[in-house]
Design a protein around this ligand. Structure first.
Ligand code: HEM
Length: 159
């Protein structure tokens, strides 16, 4: 019997909140690279701040904290109730793996920015490219799954 697709988020508001946080993280993430001034994006009225590294950096950290909240909220909800009703699809697992990669490499990037923590140049470069790589994998996979309507989870037939 065909399993019904489901929405892992308890409410539309939570879905929109999650999508807004990811959008802010993506924009401010790329904003930390010197591209918004170079490609005139920061010249668009109202976007001047996007060329300021410290502003995009601070917003990226706030976005990361909100992402941690959403992840903790979802994990708690899943183990308290969700696991009895739905299971993750393959595309759901793919997004979980990319998000874990983003969070782990993101934490290492935060550590790298601390004055008394020093990583080797190779490890630093690896972390930088890994974070960027997971960001691309995550964002393009989200776009693909959105276009092909492949959800995060499916309801268990037994429920
Ligand atoms: C959807 C989630 C996220 C996306 C799409 C994202 C994207 C990016 C991108 C594109 C960059 C620039 C990469 C570069 O300079 O090579 C970046 C930098 C960074 N991200 Fe993220 N990120 C995400 C989540 C996180 C999280 C959860 C953390 C922290 C735990 C984090 C911490 C950082 C840090 C510290 C930097 C480097 C800032 C610097 O230049 O020192 N990111 N992020």
């Amino acid at each position: 019997m065909e399993k019904a697709a489901c929405n892992p988020y308890p409410s539309k508001a939570m879905t929109r909140f999650y999508m807004a946080v990811v959008a802010v993280l993506a924009f401010t993430g790329f904003g930390q690279m010197p591209i918004f001034k170079r490609y005139y994006l920061a010249d668009i009225p109202g976007l001047g701040w996007s060329a300021n590294f410290f502003v995009t950096h601070a917003i990226h950290y706030i976005g990361a904290s909100l992402l941690f909240f959403i992840i903790a909220y979802q994990i708690t909800g899943y183990f308290m109730r969700g696991r009895h009703y739905y299971s993750l699809t393959r595309s759901g697992w793919a997004r979980v793996i990319f998000l874990v990669g983003l969070v782990v490499t993101g934490i290492f990037r935060v550590l790298k920015n601390m004055p008394d923590i020093v990583f080797s140049p190779n490890f630093t470069m690896f972390i930088d490219f890994a974070h960027l790589g997971f960001a691309m994998l995550f964002l393009f996979s989200c776009l693909g799954f959105l276009l092909f309507h492949t959800g995060w989870c499916e309801e268990d037939a037994t429920t």
